[in-house]
Design a protein around this ligand. Structure first.
Ligand code: B12
Length: 457
């Protein structure tokens, strides 16, 4: 079959991200099917997708030639109370346009889709959706070819009727971009950042988080030699920086150190960054990673108040944050902390504890998300239902943020903004258009990477 995979994401904040998920989906079906990828980041709107010359799809009649069009829906909204942005209408428009130009079957997938599969199927009137890992598209295409009932396949959803969350894909997953490194050109021109996965799954139990639902709660490690080989291929294709997209990189320190060693053995020499949890780490952990090219540590810290950390079900306390921070700084790394304030247990005292505790975190950037978005399949969802903040029949596709009984959103924003005043390294949300504009200008001048370290004075 002719399969066109489209990445719908065009968000440029904090910077445009390469749609690596489609490399995996493509790898799972290439060989048996003729696959093309169109990345809306690199095209100027739907008309370019239709136009064979600018889309680069390379089929004679492009869109019309596809039997199946798979659409990757990564972001539904920006989860930012202070500067809310939604992308659902743009997705609806894209699908309407595709429908009017093509009779291909439409299959939806991606992390955003996986959080709200039934509602999105209903609203976007797609033919099929795949909850979770897109490698299952291979099974769907087999069923379509053999005219079998695809609705029986685990993870495949055909209407807005609820479908159980599938078990993690257990037939192996690999990435495939070797045939078409031209897909990197846009990202190499805008900051030189590409991305990389070293494992799937998240074994943490944070009350608000979608990751165990999206990726499964059992970790599946990718062989360090394969990770390093992919990193080297990306480096040879021109990448100047790699972001490791694992939910939390250091949930298996031994594996991360093996990945670091494999980078050195393979000759990976470009800098890289990842998300870390600020818990207790082995001695010299950050120094070892630094020696393998780690430059940026993004801590998902969330709070510096122990009762709040406990209520969020974080496996670390305030003193662990300070120690982890210091060991990253001592290793000479750029450090950022993400804070997620206003969840269960937050009140003005705990928020004050977090804000004043930041004085212990030197040489760092702080990203503040002032409100917790309620997502299905999370403990926070159950708490919000129990507290009467939402009902189980209510749609939360349009963001609904948890309201802590101890403090209102306005007071949270006021307190954070007051502290942030005069500190360019205190960013509300991901910084919105202003920060993205600065990053984009620096990228145009040849700087590479996420660049938030430029905000540290
Ligand atoms: C890493 C990450 C980041 C990094 C990205 C760095 C980089 N250079 O890549 C950074 C920090 C920059 C970031 C930023 C943001 N992120 Co983010 N991010 C993630 C994270 C942890 C991993 C994404 C990833 O790359 N996964 C690895 C790849 C291989 O998986 P994948 O793309 O999901 O693809 C698989 C499946 O989804 C599926 N699939 C994908 N496409 C398709 C298509 C079809 C047809 C099919 C069948 C299947 C399929 O198959 C693939 C292989 O199995 C996810 C959470 C998560 N665990 O998924 C959040 C996540 C995607 N981010 C999210 C958000 C909101 C954002 C921001 C808007 C936050 C902000 N306000 O700044 C920005 C947007 C950035 C942008 N320009 O788009 C949300 C999106 C949901 C939502 N609420 O809309 C997520 C899900 C987290 C959450 N809150 O739940 N992010």
């Amino acid at each position: 079959m002719k399969v066109l995979l489209v990445s719908a994401n065009t968000l440029t904040e904090p910077y445009p991200v390469y749609p690596l998920g489609l490399d995996y989906v493509a790898a799972a079906i290439t060989g048996r099917h003729e696959v093309r990828i169109a990345d809306m980041n690199t095209l100027s709107g739907f008309d370019s997708l239709l136009d064979g010359r600018s889309s680069g799809i390379g089929w004679p009649d492009d869109l019309l030639a596809a039997d199946v069009i798979g659409i990757s829906l990564r972001n539904i909204d920006n989860t930012d109370t202070t500067d809310p942005k939604g992308f659902f209408n743009a997705h609806r428009e894209l699908i309407k346009n595709i429908r009017s130009s093509s009779s291909a079957l439409i299959v939806l997938g991606g992390s955003g889709f996986t959080i709200f599969p039934e509602e999105i199927m209903n609203a976007l009137e797609a033919d099929y959706g795949i909850i979770g890992e897109g490698e299952r598209l291979s099974m769907l295409l087999d069923a379509l070819e053999n005219k079998e009932d695809a609705s029986e396949i685990s993870g495949v959803i055909t209407s807005h009727r609820p479908k159980p969350v599938p078990l993690p894909w257990n037939r192996g997953f690999h990435r495939n971009f070797y045939n078409d490194p031209s897909r990197f050109a846009f990202y190499l021109k805008h900051g030189g950042m590409l991305n990389l996965q070293t494992k799937r799954g998240c074994k943490l139990n944070c009350i608000y988080c979608t990751y165990p639902h999206i990726e499964g709660s059992v970790q599946r490690l990718i062989d360090p030699a394969e990770v390093a080989d992919t990193a080297l291929q990306l480096q040879m294709a021109g990448a100047k920086y790699l972001f490791i997209t694992d939910s939390t990189f250091n949930t298996d320190c031994v594996h991360t150190l093996n990945v670091a060693k494999a980078f050195i053995d393979a000759g990976v020499s470009i800098p890289w960054g990842a998300f870390f949890m600020p818990n207790k780490m082995p001695d010299d952990y950050f120094r070892n990673l630094r020696d393998a090219g780690l430059t940026h540590v993004e801590f998902g810290t969330e709070s510096l108040s122990n009762p709040v950390l406990a209520s969020y079900r974080k496996p670390y306390q305030r003193h662990h944050v300070f120690a982890a921070h210091q060991s990253a700084i001592d290793a000479g790394l750029h450090v950022a902390h993400y804070f997620l304030v206003g969840g269960p247990g937050e009140n003005s005292d705990t928020l004050e504890e977090t804000l004043s505790g930041i004085s212990n975190l030197n040489k760092s950037v702080f990203f503040f998300f002032c409100g917790m978005r309620i997502y299905p399949y999370t403990k926070l969802y159950d708490i919000a239902v129990k507290e009467g903040q939402i009902s189980r029949s209510q749609s939360i596709l349009e963001p609904v943020f948890y309201q802590s009984p101890g403090i209102g959103t306005e007071q949270i924003i006021r307190m954070v903004k007051a502290r942030a005043e005069g500190h360019p390294n205190w960013i509300i949300g991901s910084g919105g258009g202003e920060t993205a504009g600065i990053v984009s200008r620096l990228h145009k001048r040849g700087h590479t990477g996420p660049l938030w370290e430029y905000l540290i004075q």
